[in-house]
Design a protein around this ligand. Structure first.
Ligand SMILES: [Zn+2]
Length: 279
């Protein structure tokens, strides 16, 4: 396994020093998830493990996510609900039969609200030897303190140029939103040409919307469960006054736009839709 984060985990495992819960901040949840499964295969595989073991039944079950002792939890709508954690607790009352640990993987730790996070505390405060937890997030600052303070925090970043947002683009996204929020001459802003003027390539367009997504997500979570606003986004405080409903609507719209851009729809049409539905 090349990934150094997981190499360290394997090392810790062999040293018998593995923590029982990890908060993984990553720019690619899918890759990170894949590496967690590889890690679990590596520590569980009964044969001599090789990358991509297809030989044994256990690795196969892990690959196909059909091992009952590994449970992945996704947000249900805008939250991970308390009931989902209660179900997890119930499932983990029995010790794992085939694998070394009962493992839960939370896809989007920022979606744990105080009710579900408090329900998690049993796992986090009374760590049982046979339970391992992974909390994935794209920004640990958005994760509720109850969880963050009880996990070992790891940064799992993948170098893909397509995912690296330049400071310049970040500033452009911020000043675009500032203009939209402060400038009264809306006619100008309805015009997608404003966007097109600095977004030359599809890649830039997608990155620009990823910044918007991050901003709206940060403000939504701030208005909703009081997470801190990132330093770099503080000039947009006026967004807080718009309230969680507005922010959630914008968040969903931007997520849809990114999807459409990834599906190669015509950029110009997608931008038209964005400016039309946005304001
Ligand atoms: Zn195997």
């Amino acid at each position: 396994m090349e990934n150094s984060v997981f190499q360290n985990l394997i090392h810790a495992y062999h040293e018998n020093k593995l923590a029982h819960a990890f908060l993984l901040e990553t720019n690619d949840k899918e890759k990170c998830y894949h590496n967690i499964l590889e890690f679990l295969k590596r520590i569980n595989c009964p044969t001599t493990y090789q990358d991509g073991c297809k030989e044994c039944n256990l690795c196969h079950l892990i690959d196909t996510q059909s091992l009952p002792s590994i449970i992945t939890i996704y947000p249900d709508g805008q939250n991970i609900r308390k009931e989902q954690i209660l179900d997890l607790k119930k499932a983990f009352q029995t010790k794992p039969t085939f694998s070394k640990y009962n493992v839960y993987i939370i896809m989007g730790a920022e979606f744990l609200n105080s009710a579900s996070a408090n329900t998690m505390l049993k796992f986090l405060e009374e760590p049982e030897d046979a339970i391992l937890g992974f909390f994935l997030t794209n920004n640990k600052e958005n994760v509720i303190e109850t969880i963050k303070s009880r996990c070992q925090v790891l940064l799992d970043y993948y170098q893909e140029p397509a995912f690296i947002v330049s400071d310049e683009l970040k500033e452009q996204a911020i000043s675009y939103l500032q203009e939209v929020l402060f400038v009264k001459d809306e006619a100008l802003l309805y015009n997608k040409d404003v966007l097109v003027s600095f977004l030359k390539e599809r890649k830039d367009v997608i990155l620009f919307f990823q910044v918007l997504l991050d901003i709206y997500q940060n403000y939504y979570l701030a208005s909703y469960q009081k997470v801190a606003i990132k330093e770099e986004y503080r000039d947009l405080q006026v967004l807080l006054k718009k309230g969680p409903e507005y922010l959630l609507k914008q968040l969903n719209l931007v997520a849809q736009i990114i999807d459409e851009l990834n599906y190669n729809l015509n950029i110009s049409l997608v931008l038209d839709r964005f400016v039309l539905e946005s304001w």
